[in-house]
Design a protein. Sequence first.
Lengths: 288, 302
Amino acid sequence: MDKTWNNRAWFLVLPVLVLVAFSAVIPLMTVVNYSVQDTFGNNQFFWNGVDWYQELLASSRFWESMFRNLIFSAIILAIEVPLGIFIALNMPRRGWGVPTCLVLMALPLLVPWNVVGTIWQVFGRGDIGLLGYYVNALGVDYNYVQDPFDAWVTVIVMDVWHWTSLVVLLCYAGLVSIPDAFYQAAKIDGASRWAVFRYIQLPKMQRVLLIAVLLRFMDSFMIYTEPFVVTGGGPGNSTTFMSIDLVKMALGEFNLGQAAAMSLVYFLIILLLSWAFYTVMTNYDAER
Amino acid sequence: MAGVNERTGQAMDDAGAPAANAAQEQIARRMRRRGDESRWWWLVPTLYIVFLLVPIYWLVNMSFKTNREIVTGLTLYPHQPTLRNYAIIFTDPSWYSGYINSISYVVMNMVISVAVALPAAYAFSRYRFLGDKHLFFWLLTNRMAPPAVFALPFFQLYSAFGLIDTYWAVALAHCLFNVPLAVWILEGFMSGVPKEIDETAYIDGYSFPRFFVRIFMPLIASGIGVACFFCFMFSWVELLLARTLTTTDAKPIAAVMTRTVSAAGMDWGLLAAAGVLTLIPGALVIWFVRNYIAKGFALGRV
């Protein structure tokens, strides 16, 4: 649609601007302030330059939590995206099965995040949880409270449970938009099942898949509540992802300067990713 | 099935074009049903749904058990079903006020978000203006911003305004990600409405506000519904900010749930019952937005 050039449209955007400025810009400025200042209490601040940043980037704690988070995101994507595509390909296409599947699959997406944590916290326990009990009964020593590996498995399975449906729903939305003519042509050419997937379904899903990958990456990169409820970042620091570390630093240790510096670095990473997302999306729309 | 196909193929030769269409349609329908080889395709969604529902079932199951039954042995269904856990939640004010608090700030947030997002989305979908692309991108970054970054500054900002522990604090804080979400979703729906409708209305003498409320909003009613639903959802599931900004009076149910650890150990049954009750709002309304779920989660970009 060709749009009219009209700067008075700013008036329509103004409410959003004011609101988001209040809830985003002002807090962010506070963070910037803290990140370059130090305090001895009594609300007396003095200029500290970039010391907090240097300290942060030199600390192994920051790199470890970031590294952990990147590995987590990579595993999540490696599992959820192929699994989501596979399930979407096997979804029913018409009849009563469609809304039923959609609603049932979307259910985990609507569970409050801390309840997701609670569900898996209970589910994985060896004494009262179905999963933990039977895994232990099979002879596998599974205890997510004490063993870092088990904690990771629990957190990953939990995230797969929680978010795979998002990939499924997006891929499904892409699949149903493919016109019948494509399948007819493929059938006439005698295309194999794999060829249909590779040359028809996958290209047609490209856009939604892109959205799914980026959303999943960003959401897993700032995951907080679910692992916090299940493992509390432990055992030790083994599941302390960036957000957990940051909240620990800011609200637990009240280490304002370093937490603020970390917030900004964190935010900058997200900003870069969002920019990539936005550019790719708008370019994609422009090409079509 | 292959035999049927061949026969329709022959019929095609005899009857000409209409039959050919019918045959092709049938082929297409069969292709859409994943071709000929996978008779067991339904196994995949079924297994997946079972995987999704078992943990939820376990929570529901636990919520109807007594604590003794939960702790003493693993039972696949409640042998002595009890409503004690739910009774506690519905009679103890510190429990049910958690739900009231949550619903209050969530609804406030939903109304604020959609109300301010409506005109903005209209501007983005209809006009080009100075800095529009940058603004749109900036809104997106707020949706993507990690709440953890904002927890501390929000706490101080709202303390300064005396808003801590009120519904307003959480409702405004959640605007951080819900306003951009609503703008993106609504913009997607509004772009689907042809611009000629606006122009015709203006020619007919409608003023902008009157046109917007009387003609335009009914046209994108489903979009507004979807935006409302997703604002509700994302505010309902968020805990980090909600917990940070409240202490007692406006405490959300999600934070009240952490109270179940007591001197006598964990009250698992109560925790499970509280969890089950938080699932209900989502489960109730999801049916109405089932066709738009993908659109909402993808920020309206599907």
